[in-house]
Design a protein around this ligand. Structure first.
Ligand SMILES: [Cu+2]
Length: 676
């Protein structure tokens, strides 16, 4: 099949501006690079009046979901309201009592059937999917209607080269968006593939602020296009972990709270829940994925989890032909089990070659969550479209028990216990090969090499609880009180946005290994604004080391904003602490053991580091600005396992449009001027 039919037929948008209510999309402020202006000129070439601001509301983003063959760029406008909302609220009418149709009512958010307060976007979890074509202009008006909160949205996977001030990191690329304020995100859909968005503020993501963002491109650009027939908008598997209270309830944590861990997993915001063997399972719909026998379908898996437990995906009787990760195309490897950590995406092909029936799609929270036996099911259904979804979404048959294998022999990607490079048939991301490479980056001599050793370290009691102490920490259980750190520095934020208020930035506000603040001189750890300064266009190599003293099943996923990183190797020594020297010995040993060594390593924007091990990555620092790099576990971000890369000097940064919101602390001198 050569063309990629969409089940959802979409109309072409009228590409002229009519009845203009002018709210400008201001991407053309001073300093935006020529690439961006060229995009703008090309987009405006489709408009009758190219000099007037675009009436964005005339271009609903939903209509950007289309075939991306031979299409012109479009404006894709989304209007989002972020609210405190509830699952199983009154909008669900009699859903909880077994009236299945009521579970699909407008405004009914079932989640796992448990009633709780949530954070929603347009009363949905996940938020509305953004599905556009490469080079479209995405415009999202985000209104914060959550009293007492401030928030930002991060577009995970996009590099924001033209609009770094749209990266959505509070106090790094923008000021948080206050209650009752609307912030207009406007950026180009530049990086094709499976991306997603999520709140970068506090614990809003684990409360429900996340969603899919799919950027398609002509199939001629996909080296794996021959492997599948369908790439349908509804074949998104957005998996997340779920609590039955607000995440904030566990910040910093409860001594008797049984750890900071989820109680359930959701698939596209749906699932069921059974408190214990004596309780009834909630009677709410599971997610349904429809296929037709004989078809080969591209699925897009997004790990939108917040907690430390990797999510493992299996589809009964079906294999997963992995073709991309973090939006980067890979040479295919077929497995039956996919493991991903928070922030990672995997695309795979499922062939509907089994007898026509319904099959379980199972997502389990593994690693540290094993003892909680959390698994969730969705349905892969071969039944015809004429069968209504609520006939399929409430299967009579139970999901196999947590420990019940779906396959006699498991072949997995990224299993946390895999020793990378040697244990076929289990594979790591480093066993994948790309279709292309950049020799200068892979084989060049790095201009800068950084060793980033991260850990969660126990705080001294008096540092956590002494008079006047207010540093962030997490309380895992009992009296265990930890801060996250990279190179002994726990990251904290300035009161203004580094990227967009450069006039307030001073060199002495930052710290790194070599510039240790005075106040921390007597301490082996420090909480400060950890910045690594990198010259523009330098070739960078990072050794990311897990300095945890023991193997503990946590493969911390490191996410770099603004870039993709070549994943050169990863490995671990289960016996000895990791150092760069030890990492190099492991790499040598791996290269002697390996069945094959790739010269075309994959690229990732979120790469997990084997427990107590290391990952070596490389990238060319050609995107100037302030870019966050952090562990993608939400609690680890919250307690400082974060740093910011400053690439280039401020004069090389893309300037934000005039009128871009600012913020700062307000502590004026107390003198007569306060009272005039
Ligand atoms: Cu972490």
């Amino acid at each position: 099949m050569s063309s990629r039919p969409f089940r959802v037929q979409v109309q072409w948008l009228p590409l002229t501006v009519v009845g203009v209510v002018v709210i400008g999309v201001s991407l053309l402020a001073a300093g935006v690079r020529s690439e961006s202006s060229a995009r703008w000129t090309s987009l405006m070439g489709t408009f009758r009046n190219a000099s007037a601001p675009v009436d964005v509301q005339a271009f609903p983003g939903e209509l950007c979901m289309r075939s991306c063959e031979d299409t012109l760029p479009r404006v894709c406008y989304f209007n989002w309201v972020l609210e405190h909302y509830h699952s199983m609220g009154p909008a669900c009418k009699r859903c909880a009592e077994g009236v299945h149709r009521d579970c699909y009512r407008h405004g009914c958010l079932t989640a796992d059937g448990f009633e709780r307060g949530v954070m929603s976007i347009n009363r949905q979890i996940p938020g509305p999917a953004i599905q556009v074509c490469k080079d479209d202009l995405i415009v999202v008006d985000m209104t914060n209607a959550m009293g007492g909160t401030a928030t930002t949205m991060h577009w995970h996977g996009l590099h924001q080269r033209d609009t770094p001030h749209m990266d959505g990191v509070p106090f790094v690329t923008q000021c948080p968006v206050e209650f009752m304020s609307t912030f207009r995100y406007a950026f180009w859909a530049t990086e094709p593939g499976t991306q997603f968005y999520h709140s970068h503020a506090g614990h809003h993501k684990v409360n429900g602020h996340y969603g899919a963002m799919i950027i398609r491109e002509p199939e001629a650009n996909d080296p794996n296009a021959d492997l599948y027939d369908f790439d349908l908008p509804e074949h998104l598997i957005v998996a997340s972990d779920w609590m039955h209270v607000d995440g904030e309830m566990y910040m910093p944590g409860l001594p008797n709270g049984d750890g900071i861990l989820p109680v359930n997993v959701l698939i596209n915001g749906r699932g069921t829940w059974q408190k214990d063997a004596d309780s009834n399972r909630t009677d709410v719909p599971r997610e349904v994925y429809r296929v037709r026998k004989g078809g080969r379908y591209r699925f897009r898996f997004i790990n939108a989890a917040s907690h430390v437990c990797p999510l493992e995906l299996q589809i009964a009787n079906h294999t997963l032909e992995i073709i991309a990760s973090d939006s980067y195309n890979l040479q295919p490897i077929t497995v039956n089990t996919l493991v991903a950590t928070s922030g990672e995406r995997y695309d795979f092909v499922v062939s509907a070659d089994q007898p026509s029936d319904d099959y379980w799609i199972r997502v389990r929270a593994i690693g540290s969550c094993d003892y909680r036996k959390i698994s969730q099911g969705a349905v892969l259904s071969y039944r015809p479209m004429s069968v209504p979804v609520d006939d399929i979404a409430f299967p009579d048959q139970g999901l196999p028990d947590f420990h019940e294998p779906l396959f006699p022999e498991v072949h997995s990607v990224n299993h946390p216990n895999t020793t990378c490079g040697v244990s076929q048939p289990d594979v790591c991301i480093t066993d994948f090969e790309a279709y292309e490479t950049e020799d200068g980056i892979i084989n060049g001599t790095p201009d800068r090499q950084f060793i980033l050793g991260f850990e969660n370290y126990p705080m001294r009691f008096e540092d956590a609880f002494g008079v006047g102490q207010h540093e962030h920490f997490m309380n895992i259980h009992d009296d265990i009180v930890l801060q996250g750190a990279i190179n002994n520095i726990s990251f904290t934020y300035p009161p203004f946005s580094l990227l967009t208020q450069p006039e307030l930035v001073t060199e002495d506000m930052f710290c790194d290994e070599d510039s240790w603040p005075e106040r921390c001189q007597s301490s082996d750890h420090c909480t400060c604004i950890h910045r690594l300064k990198i010259p523009l266009n330098a070739l960078i190599e990072l050794y990311i080391l897990d300095l945890t003293p023991e193997v503990n099943d946590l493969n911390h996923p490191f996410h770099l904003h603004g870039y993709q990183m070549y994943v050169m190797e990863m490995g671990q020594d289960r016996q000895k602490p990791i150092t760069m020297e030890r990492a190099q010995q492991i790499a040598l040993w791996q290269s002697m053991q390996r069945i094959r060594m790739t010269t075309m390593p994959p690229k990732k924007d979120t790469v997990s580091v084997p427990s107590k091990g290391y990952t070596r990555v490389r990238f060319l620092a050609d995107n100037p600005g302030f870019w966050l790099m952090h562990c993608h576990y939400e609690w680890h971000t919250a307690v400082g396992m974060v740093l910011v890369l400053q690439v280039g000097e401020p004069d090389s940064f893309v300037q934000p449009p005039s009128g871009f919101p600012t913020c700062n602390k307000y502590t004026p001198d107390v003198d007569a001027s306060l009272f005039v």
